[in-house]
Each structure stands twice: as structure tokens, then as C-alpha cells.
Write a protein that binds this ligand. Structure first.
Ligand code: PLP
Length: 397
């Protein structure tokens, strides 16, 4: 069965050009880039090329790029750096809709006595900017906000927010994991001090990330060890993955410049509009005007997201659900709940996230398969037949 992969916000395929560029660095050029000999030195040179390519993707200079193991490590390092660099400050500002990679860190810090402001969003997933600015005070060590939401694709106005926050002299970090390669980024025109990327979200392998650290930003390493990455991140470099990430960054920039994500956006819109038209009681979660072009989160009311996913899986369609249904709990996603999406819609929300590798035929196939799946499930749903049951459940959550 052919796999129709529309779960690219979870992870992406390694681009063939990326794999090709990586392969020699496993068995042929396996030297340690820190070694004195030229065998290692040639790897160090290739890592520098990768650093330059990543810098070019976001308008940074190569010295501001630090390689890490993943987006989660980059996020943790940024927060750690700010609170270590400003030990007298005990306040962190973030949003209610961050990825668990960073949300769980804030919750842990809260337990350790930090004051964390979780800025709310409106029904469209847009950040309450007045609430954000009002929350800043002398005690604020860092403002950390995602650039785009992984579930809805909604983009926060990071350029504007970061510039305003910088005027208060507060460190600004953004989790840009879901925007890399999807929107143009020029870090010089922002007030961003630190920015996280993750390779596996833009066709590089898993296990490689980036932390951009603006020159002059106070920094304290999270991984203390050798002198790699100018002592900003100890540990022997994951050379092949770094080289792959560099290639992926170069390709991402080229595709972005050539309008690949506008084409992806047209496919996404075709999928979204067709499903809204063909399936009743269906809505899009999030601000449709300000989203990354590859993502749609569609709420099919009165059905369970997990059941939809299982049935789509039978056709080879890979998507993901808007609920974190853990150990039998009916807990819908914190993002959709923060937006006030009703339980019956949040629980039936499905995220399709496309990439430049998706085709029109694949989108047509999804459009053909989804409506009968929803119809079948609604026939079985107690909520579809009994609105009272849905209201009782809503009241319970
Ligand atoms: N931040 C966001 C917005 C994400 O979507 C993800 C992964 O889904 C992460 C951080 C974590 O990245 P990684 O899987 O590289 O740790």
C-alpha cells in the first residue's frame, strides 16, 4: 500500500540530496573535527560549510550558529542560558500553546519557584499582545514564544513582538521549529536573541538541532564538556547529521525562494476547502490568514480523532490528531483548549501537515477517503445522535 504522508509537522522525510551528502561522513570521512590531522580537519571544514548554510537560511552569521541534538535541547539551552545569566530574575513569559518540548520545562521551573506567565490566545489562536506586554517587569529573565504553532500552524508576529520586548532589555527566545523553510526568516530585522531549529522538521535527519545565539547575548552552556561549538555545547559533533542539516538548510532556502511553499499552500487550501464543503459540522482551528502554508487543523465535530486516524491509516494516510489521548483519558490538546475550541470539536480534530513532496493526486485521494470515514464514525457516535451527551461531556472537561 502506498503511504500518503501528511504528518510533516511531526517529522519529515530526509531529502535524497541530504542523505547523499551525509553518507561519506559515516564510513569514508569519519575523522573527529577537533583532531589536529588533516583527516579530521577536512570534516571540520565541511561542518563550517554547514554552519554557513544554516546561517544563510535565517540571515545570521555562522558564528551565531550552535549545533545541538534537537529542538528540545535548543529550547532548554536557551531558557537555561537566560536564567543562569540573570540569576536575580525569577520570571519567565511564554504562551499557553507552546510545544510540550518547552511547556513541560516551564511547568518544572514553576515547581522550582520561578514565576511563569502563560500568555493566553484567542479563539483563532492569536496571542493576546496587551496581556504579554503588561506582564513584563523588572524580574523578567526571558520571553520565549513559538514562531508558529505545531498543531494549527498559526504564526505569532515574532518580528514585532521581539522588537518591542528588546526595548525593555529582556532576552527574547523563539522556538522556530515549525517555521524553518516555510517562511522567510531574516533574524537581523528582529529583536530575537536566541532561536531554536530542529533538522527533522525540514528534511534533515532526526537528532540534530540548532540554537542561534545573537552575538553579544549573555550565554551559559547547558551541556558543559569539551570545547566544541566554542564551548557553547560540549560533545563530539554529530558530523554526518550536521552536514545533512546544512544541505537541508540550503535546499529549504532554494525551495522557499522558488515558491515551493506557495504550491504547498495551494494544495493545503484545496484539501481544506474540499473537506469543509463535503463534510458538515466541520471547521478549521486557528487563524486562516496567518498560518504556515503546509498546515491545516480540521475539527470534525462529534467524532473521535483517534478513530479517524485509525480508519485513514487503513488507506495508508498518515495524519495526526488534535488530542493527547493518554492512558484512556479524554484530554484534548492543550492548544485547542487554550483557544476555547469546544470539546466535541477539539476531540475530533485532525492535523494534516504537507511538505514539498506531496502531490495533487495524494490530496485528491485524501479528499475522496475522508468524508465516508467521518460519516461511518458519526453513525456510531453517541454525541452525533444525542447533543445532550456532548453537552454533559463538555461540562465535565
Ligand atoms: N518545538 C516545536 C514547535 C515542535 O513542533 C517540536 C517537535 O514537534 C519541538 C519543539 C521539538 O523538536 P525535537 O523533536 O527536535 O526535539
Amino acid at each position: 500500500m502506498k503511504v500518503i504522508y501528511t504528518d510533516n509537522n511531526a517529522t519529515t522525510m530526509v531529502a535524497p540530496e541530504v542523505l547523499e551528502e551525509m553518507l561519506p561522513y559515516f564510513s569514508q570521512y569519519y575523522g573527529n573535527p577537533s583532531s589536529m590531522h588533516s583527516f579530521g580537519g577536512s570534516v571540520a571544514k565541511k561542518i563550517q560549510e554547514a554552519r554557513q548554510r544554516v546561517a544563510d537560511l535565517i540571515g545570521a552569521s555562522p558564528g551565531e550558529i550552535v549545533f545541538t541534538s534537537c529542538g528540545t535541547e535548543s529550547d532548554s539551552t536557551a531558557i537555561h542560558a537566560a536564567i543562569e545569566s540573570y540569576p536575580g530574575k525569577r520570571h519567565i513569559v511564554t504562551s499557553r500553546v507552546e510545544h510540550p518540548a518547552i511547556k513541560n520545562l516551564y511547568e518544572t521551573l514553576e515547581k522550582r519557584g520561578y514565576r511563569v506567565t502563560f500568555v493566553p490566545v484567542d479563539g483563532q489562536g492569536r496571542l493576546d499582545l496587551d496581556y504579554l506586554y503588561d506582564s513584563l517587569d523588572e524580574d523578567t529573565a526571558i520571553v520565549s514564544l513559538m514562531w508558529a504553532n505545531n498543531e494549527t500552524g498559526v504564526i505569532f508576529p515574532i518580528e514585532e513582538i521581539s522588537r518591542t520586548v528588546k526595548e525593555s532589555g529582556i532576552v527574547f527566545h523563539t522556538d522556530a521549529v515549525q517555521v524553518a523553510g516555510k517562511i522567510p526568516i531574516d533574524i537581523t530585522h528582529t529583536g530575537v536573541d536566541m532561536l531554536s531549529l530542529s533538522g527533522h522538521k525540514f528534511h534533515a535527519p532526526k537528532g540534530i538541532g540548532v540554537l542561534y545565539i545573537r552575538k553579544g547575548t549573555r550565554f551559559s552552556p547547558f551541556m558543559i564538556g569539551g570545547h566544541q561549538e566554542k564551548s557553547r555545547r560540549g560533545g563530539t559533533e554529530n558530523t554526518a547529521a550536521i552536514i545533512g542539516l546544512g544541505k537541508a538548510a540550503q535546499l529549504a532556502k532554494e525551495h522557499l525562494d522558488e515558491g515551493a511553499y506557495e504550491r504547498v499552500g495551494r494544495l493545503r487550501d484545496k484539501l481544506e476547502n474540499a473537506l469543509l464543503k463535503r463534510v458538515s459540522h466541520t471547521m478549521v482551528n486557528g487563524d486562516r490568514q496567518h498560518r504556515v502554508s503546509n498546515t491545516t487543523s480540521i475539527a470534525f465535530e462529534y467524532v473521535e480523532g483517534e478513530a479517524i486516524l485509525l480508519m485513514l491509516n487503513e488507506f495508508g494516510i498518515c495524519a495526526s490528531s488534535g488530542s493527547a489521548c493518554t492512558s484512556g483519558s479524554l484530554e484534548p490538546s492543550h492548544v485547542l483548549r487554550a483557544m476555547g475550541v469546544p470539546f466535541t470539536a477539539a476531540h475530533g480534530s485532525i492535523r494534516f501537515s504537507l511538505s514539498r513532496y506531496n502531490t495533487e493526486d495524494e490530496v485528491d485521494f485524501i479528499i475522496e477517503k475522508v468524508p465516508p470515514v467521518i460519516e461511518t464514525l458519526r453513525e456510531m457516535s453517541p454525541f452525533w445522535k444525542d447533543a445532550g451527551a456532548a453537552a454533559r461531556l463538555e461540562a465535565r472537561v
